[in-house]
Write a protein that binds this ligand. Structure first.
Ligand code: MN
Length: 349
């Protein structure tokens, strides 16, 4: 009874400390967790310059060398050896550079000894605990070898390394999968596993927003588009890409969260859209909406009422080229109502 009480007290204390850290900047994740998300997303994408910055920021935020190593090692199970090895190579080089500059990074804890017995046994136990129920399925009967590797190696050998807790491991996995195309079902599974291991809905939303918006294309996402927010429904981001006035070709990357679209509007000089990531829509007044995928180009004639934005369930990015910018004027009109947006986007699904 006394033990239970003590455990409860410690748990409450842990929660309040965690809460305090999270509330400091009113963000769902603390600074160290945010950096684990960034490190994982750039590892999965193989974006080495960005990864190096995130690794340095992670160390500066207080992650230990061994915590980061543990994340990068685990990610080989989700991104493959090439991505994991490249990330570890980049981390090793960074540590050498920092040491040469006199920065003393904290090594942190190494994992303790593995549990007694066979990996397949304690791995199966770990997997069941992690997921909340035994994991079975036709696919594992079809290819029993992959079931054994998942249980013995990933959830046995790797998840028994106790210098990173399971919740943190799931933050890394969710971020890596969100950054990877075509793994929606695995992402959904790990979101469920994350929730089962203490990751909150707000934390999952934060990860998905930050990872999806930063990995839609190779163009920068930019900052939240607050200047034009009054002409949009939903959140958008704007990254100006050109600046030389002599060329006079303003090009921006515009990123829309799922469901986000701009108001009806027109440009006196016309506009060119080039879809670069996710799924979006474009509609001219009185016409059917057009679904947009990366590589699609829209030539918007001058003075034609239209709107553009994301599909209801997908992030979307397009480049926007301002045409005839020397005398172009934009006229903003009424928002695209939920009913009109639903009609426009559902017909094209
Ligand atoms: Mn437009």
């Amino acid at each position: 009874m006394c033990k239970l009480f003590l455990a409860g007290m410690i748990f409450a204390l842990f929660c309040s400390v965690n809460q305090l850290e999270a509330n400091e900047n009113m963000k769902p994740l603390n600074a160290k967790e945010e950096k684990i998300v960034e490190i994982s997303m750039y590892t999965a994408r193989g974006k080495m310059p960005e990864l190096k910055q995130a690794l340095a920021a992670g160390l500066d935020a207080g992650l230990t060398v061994n915590e980061i190593k543990e994340v990068l090692v685990q990610l080989y199970a989700y991104c493959g050896f090439p991505r994991s090895l490249n990330a570890l190579g980049s981390f090793m080089a960074l540590l050498n550079e920092r040491e040469a500059k006199g920065i003393k990074d904290v090594a942190g804890k190494l994992p303790g000894p593995q549990p007694e017995g066979k990996s397949i046994d304690f791995g199966t136990e770990n997997q069941t605990k992690l997921c909340g129920a035994p994991v079975k399925g036709a696919l594992f009967d079809f290819a029993p070898a992959i079931d054994e590797y998942l249980k013995a190696h990933l959830f046995g050998d790797i998840f028994s390394r106790d210098n990173l807790d399971w919740r943190t491991r799931e933050l890394a996995t969710i971020a890596a999968l969100a950054a990877t195309e075509g793994v929606d079902s695995q992402l959904a599974s790990h979101i469920a596993i994350g929730r089962h291991n203490g990751v909150t809905d707000a934390q999952i939303d934060w990860i998905l927003e930050n990872v999806k918006s930063n990995t839609l294309s190779h163009f920068p996402r930019g900052e939240e588009n607050t200047a034009y927010a009054k002409y949009f429904i939903g959140k958008s981001y704007l990254a100006p890409l050109t600046k030389d006035k002599r060329l006079n070709v303003p090009v921006s990357n515009v990123t829309f969260e799922p469901g986000c679209r701009n108001n009806w509007h027109r440009h006196t000089g016309g506009q060119l859209l080039i879809a670069v990531g996710g799924v979006g829509f474009y509609q001219e007044r009185g016409k059917e909406a057009r679904k947009l995928l990366p590589g699609d180009v829209v030539e918007i004639p001058p003075d034609v009422d239209h709107w553009h934005g994301a599909a209801p369930e997908s992030w979307f990015s397009h480049l926007a080229v301002e045409c005839n910018p020397e005398n172009n004027k934009n006229t903003w009109l009424e928002p695209v109502s939920d009913a009109d947006y639903a009609r426009a986007t559902s017909e094209k699904k």
